[in-house]
Structures are given as structure tokens and as C-alpha cells.
Design a binder for this molecule. Structure first.
Ligand SMILES: *Cc1c(COP(=O)(O)O)cnc(C)c1O
Length: 232
């Protein structure tokens, strides 16, 4: 692990966030950075923690659980960002520092999270993953179904839908992701016009987070630009 390299990547990401926010007159405090640590060792998480990062993201439930057990004396919180199988929900809901599940993508998953949250006596904050590009290969609710999905899930007692999450398709030129981020932001407005109060838009990864910030992201999920290439 090369600490200098990690530190300079962090400085670089922070600088990019600052510039993108300034472009559209947004405050950096309104943009939450999730450091996506999947495949990377706990040592790198601990290093970034000492540099001020507090919230980490993982896309596999067991990996998140195992890393959490190996980290001691640090008040790290976690966002789960990957496709979640229903039989793994319990791992996340047993923890007291899994702050958000960003990838709610089915009614059956919503019911399972609600059940486990109830059992653990908590209200679980969630984002609905929206498949803005409507690619077959991607998880997420279709944009035109999202309002109805939220109306239905909103009735569950132990979850709280805080906003929307998406992954844009990958483009060499990140500018091409802009229409997808615009679409998610518009969808949030439309849902709020129907009486909801969604506050979060999780969009933007290493390659495209500046565009996402310009389009209103409140949560960005950065892996490679901080940790380097994934290790497996
Ligand atoms: C891996 C992952 C990220 C981070 O991707 P990078 O391109 O490495 O920044 C963000 N969001 C989700 C859902 C991921 O699975």
C-alpha cells in the first residue's frame, strides 16, 4: 500500500469536487463522498479514515460485514451500493453502522428489508435504484415505474425512501452521461411534485462525478479514483 499515492488521489478527488461544485455555485458540504472500497483491503479504508473519510461503500453484503468486523475503534459508516440478495439483508440490518442501502430494486427486497429492520427495531434509510438507461444488463426500477414503486414501498413501516440512485452507462467522454443524470434529477422533482420529499440523488462515479455534481448529485460514489484499480 502506497500511502503517498492514496493521499494524492484523495487530494485530486477533493479538488475535482471543489471545481465541479464551484462551476454550478453549489456548496461542497451538500455533496457527500462515499468511498467505494470493494475488493480493497481494510488497511486502505483505515488510511482514508485517518484522512477524514467516514463513509464507505461496498457492493457485496458479506464483504461489507467481514470488513466491518475487521475494523476496530473507528466510527465508519457504510452504504450498500450493489445488487442485494434477500438472504443477505440480515447481515446489513444487524449492523448498527450500515447507514443506507442505495440499491433498492424490487418490491420483494423492500419487504425483506422492512421485515429485518422491524426485527432490529430501526427504520432503514434507502434509495431506489433507477435504471435510467433502461439497459437489460442493469438492475433498477424503470423510470416510468418509479413513482408507483415509491407509492407502494412508502407504506412499509420500517423503511424510509430518501431518494434515487443510478449508474450511468460508461462513456470515454463523461459529458455523454449528462442526459442520464438530468433524467434522474427530473424524476426526483416529478416524484416530489406528487407529495413526496426525496432529498438525495446518488449519481456519479470516478469517471463522471463532475457531471453528476453539476446535475445535482448529493451523493457521489467513488472507487477507482481513490483506491486505484480494483484488486480482484
Ligand atoms: C464500484 C461501484 C462504484 C465505484 O466505481 P468507480 O468507477 O470505481 O468509481 C460506484 N457505484 C457502484 C454502484 C459501484 O458498484
Amino acid at each position: 500500500m502506497n500511502k503517498n499515492k492514496l493521499k494524492s488521489r484523495l487530494d485530486n478527488v477533493k479538488n475535482r469536487i471543489k471545481i465541479a461544485a464551484a462551476n454550478v455555485n453549489r456548496k461542497i458540504e451538500d455533496i457527500k463522498l462515499i468511498a467505494v472500497s470493494k475488493t480493497h483491503p481494510v488497511e486502505k479504508i483505515e488510511f482514508f479514515y485517518t484522512k477524514g473519510l467516514k463513509t464507505f461503500g461496498e457492493s457485496r453484503a458479506q464483504e461489507l460485514r467481514d470488513k466491518n468486523e475487521n475494523i476496530q475503534n473507528m466510527d465508519i459508516s457504510w452504504h450498500f451500493v450493489g445488487h442485494l440478495q434477500r438472504n443477505k439483508v440480515k447481515y446489513l440490518l444487524r449492523m448498527n453502522n450500515c447507514e443506507m442501502i442505495e440499491s433498492l430494486d424490487s418490491w420483494r427486497l423492500a419487504k425483506e428489508i422492512n421485515k429485518r429492520a422491524k426485527k432490529n427495531n430501526r427504520i432503514m434509510p434507502l434509495l431506489v435504484e433507477v435504471n435510467v438507461s433502461e439497459e437489460e444488463s442493469k438492475f433498477g426500477i424503470n423510470p416510468e415505474d418509479t413513482l408507483n414503486f415509491i407509492k407502494k414501498t412508502d407504506k412499509l413501516s420500517h423503511i424510509e425512501i430518501k431518494g434515487l440512485m443510478t449508474l450511468a452507462p460508461y462513456f470515454e467522454n463523461p459529458e455523454k452521461t449528462r442526459p442520464y443524470f438530468k433524467k434522474l434529477a427530473k424524476l426526483k422533482d416529478k416524484i416530489n411534485n406528487s407529495g413526496f420529499n426525496l432529498t438525495e440523488l446518488s449519481m456519479g462515479m470516478s469517471n463522471d462525478f463532475e457531471i453528476a455534481i453539476e446535475e445535482g448529485a448529493t451523493i457521489i460514489r467513488i472507487g477507482t479514483a481513490l483506491f486505484g484499480p480494483r484488486e480482484n
